[in-house]
Write a protein that binds this ligand. Sequence first.
Ligand SMILES: Nc1nc2c(ncn2[C@@H]2O[C@H](COP(=O)(O)OP(=O)(O)OP(=O)(O)O)[C@@H](O)[C@H]2O)c(=O)[nH]1
Length: 320
Amino acid sequence: MTSLIDPTAPEGHRSGFACLVGRPNAGKSTLTNALVGEKVAITSSKPQTTRHTIRGIVHRPDFQLVLVDTPGLHRPRTLLGERLNALVAETLSEVDVVGFCLPADEKIGPGDRFIAQQLAALRRTPVVAIVTKTDKTDPAQVAEQLLAVTALGDEVLGPDNGGRGFAAVVPVSAVAGRQVEDVERVLAELLPEGPPLYPDGELTDEPEVIMVAELIREAALEDVRDELPHSVAVVVDEMNAREGRPKDRPLLDVYANVYVERDSQKGIIIGKGGSRLRQIGTQARQGIEKMLGTPVHLDLRVKVAKDWQRDPRHLNRLGM
Ligand SMILES: Nc1nc2c(ncn2[C@@H]2O[C@H](COP(=O)(O)OP(=O)(O)OP(=O)(O)O)[C@@H](O)[C@H]2O)c(=O)[nH]1
């Protein structure tokens, strides 16, 4: 990725891209938010919310860290899974440092090992292991996890795999706000020297429409994710300021389609007499209003796109 030359950047200034990886629910989005200090990536209590690469920027006097949040890295099961993993691989090859998130309160499993093996193939990019959610367990278990994670790094990223192990192993609790600055500093130290890549104050370069679509998708999946694991996609068709409104009372019209794979799923989204869809609309609208700081009229339609997960034409239309 190219940088803008800023002759005013202080000497020793560092800048670059970092990417947080880890299995679903490892705490990547929450940590991104804690680092960036504003709700940029969308979190949820259920796995695999993040489908788009969302960047947040940590800007300090001596460094600029651009965070790229990736979807959960997992073994491909469907075409969608393969695309997600290809997206992850592409992102990883372009960053300066990778943060590998592993929850403190869960034993290292095959999923973590699988990701570690993918990271071993990166060779040149340093990998920092981040032990997340330390508030969920006691210090002894955190210490044990730090040792286990270090051992995993030495084994998988050891002499036979590029021979570097993890560049560092850091504990953090994004929720309790503990050691977030340590993570920030460790990642920043591994960035190359260079001027800021983005102007000051710019927190995310994710287009607003994608963030709006994510908010709607998050609302649509609330409480039904087990029933509709990967079957919901949202496309925003139009987003326009309503004409003829007084200056002090603007209104943003948002037209969006919620795509599901089957009629039965359409029923789940719409609910009895449309009750769930109304609820989704209200929750999403409030989220969008909060994010954009303007009143919103949200028009939601539910449509069936048969087997969209497996059909490349649909995936392309949905921007996947
Ligand atoms: N107690 C505690 N919970 C956390 C912490 N970080 C994340 N969580 C919770 O863990 C769950 C998953 O967090 P996310 O940040 O969405 O995880 P993710 O890795 O981005 O998940 P995917 O998008 O599915 O890949 C959410 O319910 C979070 O609230 C933490 O530091 N402490």
